[in-house]
Ligand binder design. Structure first.
Ligand SMILES: [Zn+2]
Length: 131
């Protein structure tokens, strides 16, 4: 996906405006396109975008390296398919872990209360910081 119809300008994920525009573009594929595959019902369908590992996703304003975003209300997510990790071996490959994480957000799950995330789920029933 590109920002322009000529497909010359990619989204710059290090910019908040472009992250939002990318999410809107993915959302429009679902909500503005009635040509869903056979058997897909809009209310039960989510769309996902996958970005190359090499995409620069560091936002200097937020001082955060974005791996993905999931939006339940829009039934939409994107994830950077990171192939490296600084996490434990069970959390690899990192891109796949991020996809699972963002799918959780698409299904309206908040973060677990580990490492001081924004808006944690106070009702998460298990240890949020396993080993
Ligand atoms: Zn998250």
């Amino acid at each position: 996906m590109y920002k322009d119809e000529d497909e010359e300008t990619p989204y710059n994920i290090s910019l908040g405006d472009d992250r939002g525009a990318l999410m809107s573009a993915i959302k429009s594929l679902l909500f503005d396109n009635s040509d869903l595959p056979d058997g897909c019902v809009q209310s039960a369908t989510s769309f996902a975008g996958f970005l190359h590992n090499d995409v620069d996703a560091y936002d200097p304003i937020e001082d955060f390296n974005f791996g993905g975003v999931g939006n339940g209300g829009w039934q939409t997510m994107w994830s950077r398919m990171m192939n490296g990790t600084t996490h434990q071996p069970r959390n690899q490959p990192r891109g796949a872990v991020t996809v699972a994480h963002e799918i959780g957000h698409v299904f309206d799950r908040a973060h677990v209360d580990c490492n001081n995330p924004d808006g944690p789920d106070p009702n998460y029933p298990y240890d949020p910081c396993i080993g």
